[in-house]
Design a protein around this ligand. Sequence first.
Ligand code: SAH
Ligand code: SF4
Ligand code: F3S
Length: 467
Amino acid sequence: MTDQTASLSAPVATGEAIANTRKVFIKTYGCQMNVYDSTRMGDALSSEGYVTTGTLEEADLVLLNTCHIREKAAEKVYSALGRLREMKKARNAQGQELMIGVAGCVAQAEGEEILRRAPAVDVVIGPQTYHRLPQALRRARAGERVIETEYAVEDKFEHLPPTEKKVIRSRGVTAFLTVQEGCDKFCTFCVVPYTRGSEVSRPLQQIIDEATRLAESGVREVTLLGQNVNAWHGNGPNGESWGLGDLLYRLAEVPGLARLRYTTSHPRDMDDRLIEAHRDLRQLMPYLHLPVQAGSDRILKAMNRRHTADEYIRLIERIRGVRPDIALSGDFIVGFPGETDEDFEATMRLIERVNYAQAFSFKYSVRPGTPGAELGFHVAEEVKAERLERLQALLLKQQHEFAEACVGKTIDILLEKPGRMPGQLIGRSPWLQSVNVDAKSSQIGDIISVRIIGTGPNSLFAEQTGS
Ligand code: SAH
Ligand code: SF4
Ligand code: F3S
């Protein structure tokens, strides 16, 4: 494709020649949704003649796809921008271009502030407007400092070009697929409803088409994404109301898709149909990331999670009732304003009850603009640190016990990538663990039967028992 505006800032040659050689380096921070978005920004840019590069030094465009969830995440972006400013200066001194874009949740939350604090930035673009990225870059090349953070009226997914099949193949046999964006839950600690906007579900047909295209390009496992993925809702083929459970039943019919996962769910939206899907669908992996954040009802209320600890435990029991081998994962926050020792002990008790296979945990970080920021009784940093240490020790113990309990089991793994040793491949267990195996007669993309023979710090070791 020819870029009409290339000659405006380019030192040499025609627009065509430059368009062919442009390279974009995309740095992704934050959650899986950002990982997915980065690939879609790459798609939008490839239609402008950009290729993605993994080497910062050779990039003509650097895009930071940012996260605003905790203070540290946002600060990382400004320090990266400081370093990029020096790089841009050096480039410009040699008469060469380096464009810098900030996308993602910091872009959405801070907009104008980024242009003020980081003079080297050319484009600030929020998550709902990625289809406008090529146009924004053209405007920037014409000398404008562009901000695109208004929520677009048009659906970005309808305007983003589909990922080329050869690009899908180059990305491997597993893929993310965003089905839902935004959140209406307004947990009092969380910025997501402000950075990603209110809940929007992608229509069924768009999802089926994208999943089919992934499967046709060799993808075996798809993880459906949403900030609150089990709030997905849409219409079935006859106009009937569908939820995430129905969507999973339909996706299980897509030829070639052997494995399905979804993340992240809210306990309030785990409905009966979704639980049935865990009972019925062999494609749906027995793994569920279901954050609870805290185990004290007082704190859950202050967080606006809108369920009690007991309701969460009963929900887990129902899910385990239909799918006993399901592995549970969660997120925890320690030191929410007002959290007492007793509240914290309630969280520890909940963890003991549930027994997690895996979990993420964080110290509460004040986010300006959220209701939590207005609360008094902040917990001292050293108390947060102490609590986090104890909580993580317990979660780590459970994670190791879960891994140890896998030893001796025969399971199916999806081979994803080469291992470190010759002949070794790395696969994924149904419970999302990495599994190292010597599988000389199998290849990436195969699902093979293995017996687990040992555990490492972050992975399992196995021997092949069948193909
Ligand atoms: N939509 C998902 C999670 C989104 S953010 C959900 O509802 O579970 C991922 C995790 O970051 C959250 O589950 C929470 O544990 C953590 N988190 C969010 N805001 C935070 C804050 N202000 N301080 C510390 N951790 C936070
Ligand atoms: Fe944030 Fe709560 Fe929404 Fe999750 S459910 S994204 S924690 S507001
Ligand atoms: Fe971060 Fe935005 Fe994801 S704030 S966690 S990148 S939705």
